[in-house]
Design a protein around this ligand. Structure first.
Ligand SMILES: [Zn+2]
Length: 296
């Protein structure tokens, strides 16, 4: 397997504007009632270039951008700096990031400068399960979460060299799994709205996306076994899954729209699955059917 070099500069694609929707895709308030804002699908700060016009009210935008900021700063800041992804507003990425080292006193932060030896690594919350809804799991089932480090195949060697003298990384002190899940749910929901339109499905995640500090939603968010990489900075696709579903007559199947998401797809990052909704009306035959027989 071959990987793309992570060091080459990531050229941003021009922004692609989709829509307009004309109402808030989270709370359904319409453009005649409040002013609507354009919604970035993958956050601008992660190099997202898809925008859904007039799709969020200001109140929902405040909630979703809070979760996105946490995803960017707590989880992805290190990776963003190494691959030089910056938001459009701030032309240059910050040359430093604050990290906590295990050798430091509690709460101490060290400023780390980025140079050519800095490894591309990022910690991410994962499970080793498909979303519960695709496994006929009870909605109360709590997935086992863990924090894994992702990076190029030699990141360990590179990372150890780079970390020498700095002690050992203490990732994870600021992780809030529920808020990371919320940001992923927001990306997936807005992507589904951009591709098939918010009227084409019964949304499953709006309450979760707008909640204050929810626990991780393993019923709708999980991962998919994968390898390989994509040339894109991020990879996102809407698919449909035939989810097993218990009824009084036994097991039946129902269609569920699922967004397949890989952030930093040019490296072996996790493939996240987010179940976003159930179809209203006919299924579009152009949407790929997901193979749920893949195992971990
Ligand atoms: Zn709203």
């Amino acid at each position: 397997m071959e990987f793309l070099p992570y060091r080459y500069p990531r050229v941003r694609s021009p922004t692609q504007k989709l829509g307009p929707i004309g109402y808030c895709i989270y709370c359904s308030v319409t453009g005649s009632e409040v002013q609507l804002t354009d919604e970035h699908i993958v956050p601008d700060g992660l190099g997202g270039d898809l925008v859904l016009a007039q799709a969020s009210c200001k109140s929902c935008a405040a909630k979703t951008s809070r979760a996105e900021r946490r995803l960017q700063k707590d989880v992805m800041q290190f990776a963003r700096n190494v691959v030089r992804v910056s938001s459009r507003k701030r032309k240059k990425p910050e040359p430093f990031v604050s990290v906590e080292f295990e050798s430091s006193n509690d709460g101490d932060e060290t400023k780390v400068a980025f140079n050519d030896d800095t490894p591309f690594i990022f910690p991410f919350i994962t499970t080793d399960e498909l979303p519960g809804i695709l496994r006929n799991a009870n909605g109360d089932h709590v997935p086992k979460l863990r924090i894994s480090l992702f990076g190029p195949p030699n990141w360990n060697e590179q990372g150890q060299k780079w970390l020498k003298g700095n002690g050992k990384f203490k990732w994870g002190t600021r992780f809030h799994a529920g808020i990371v899940g919320q940001a992923l749910a927001k990306i997936a929901h807005s992507y589904a709205c951009a591709t098939i339109g918010p009227g084409a499905f019964e949304p499953l995640l709006n309450e979760y996306i707008l909640a204050k500090e929810p626990p991780f939603d393993g019923h709708h968010i999980g991962i998919y076994p994968s390898d390989g990489f994509d040339k894109a900075l991020h990879y996102i696709d809407l698919q449909v899954a035939n989810a097993p579903h218990k009824t009084v007559l036994g097991l039946s199947y129902r269609a569920v729209y699922v967004v397949y998401l890989r952030l930093f797809a040019f490296q072996p990052s996790p493939s996240i699955l987010v179940a976003v909704g159930t179809p209203k009306g006919e299924l579009n035959p152009a949407i790929k059917m997901m193979d749920l027989t893949q195992t971990f």
